[in-house]
Design a protein around this ligand. Sequence first.
Ligand code: DGY
Length: 319
Amino acid sequence: MYKIFITRKLPEEIVQPLREKFEVIMWHSDEIPMKYEDIKKEAKDCNALWTVLSDKVDRELIESLPNLRIISNLAVGYNNIDIEAAKEKGIIVTNTPGVLTETTADLTFALLLATARRITEAEQDIRAGKWKSWTPMQLTGMDVYGSTLGIIGMGRIGEAVARRAKGFDMKVLYHNRTRKLESEQQYNFTYVELETLLKESDFVVILTPLTPETRGLIGKKELEMMKETSALINVARGGIVDEQALYDALVNKSIWAAGLDVFETEPVPLDHPLLTLPNVTVLPHIGSASIYTRLAMMQINATAIEDALEERVPENRVV
Ligand code: DGY
């Protein structure tokens, strides 16, 4: 009987159907991650490895699992997996695109609005008893309506964010490896070079995958190009932004604010300098976290594993 190893406790309603056909071994906690060494030891003879985005699946781990046929990752991003190593070994890798597009775009917009209008700061002030009176310039933020939005990475989620931006009458600029000519016409957004996007946008939203090319894409030089009144919103991966450079830019007021759903190290350490700044709105990597979407993502993983183990080609193959 084929063996499936799941590195995080997942809802039984998703896992149960797999138990009827395969041996399923699942980590006991949905919150405490498995240690790398434990995955290596406990998944040793598995045929399918079901991972979450924080599991490091490097060459060493892949080579230590001789019976592995598929790695199915509970995320659209797969920067945690050594794709080349998987490819060399003929191991299928799948992800969960599509179902999370609108949910992640909703969250992107929520974070953009919260950052612009200082929503978390405002709530914290009330709870801390700091609301003394209605004050003319209290918690004044930036207008979203009619502003310019710059999207770095115009994939499915980028397009969904751009569609939402139309409702706020925003001018939408984007930068991407490839032009999206059809969508440009359909939704009236404009392709620009990265430099132009950084210089002209009021809100710069990062939605590009983390790859060797995009690691550190936004550093000191890029932040200095942004307007003093602008905000950086990152809902992609922490590694795309140089966090020290971002901290410096916020302290030196070369940009106005940041909204971050992702960090270089997750969970973000409590003593991280960015957490000391009131003009940084933070979230714990919840881009795709609606009940429906998370269950739909898991169902995609389950189906991919079933397909791979039963010799069908799974959808959403990365390799
Ligand atoms: C993904 O799927 O890559 C997202 O970061 C999860 O929210």
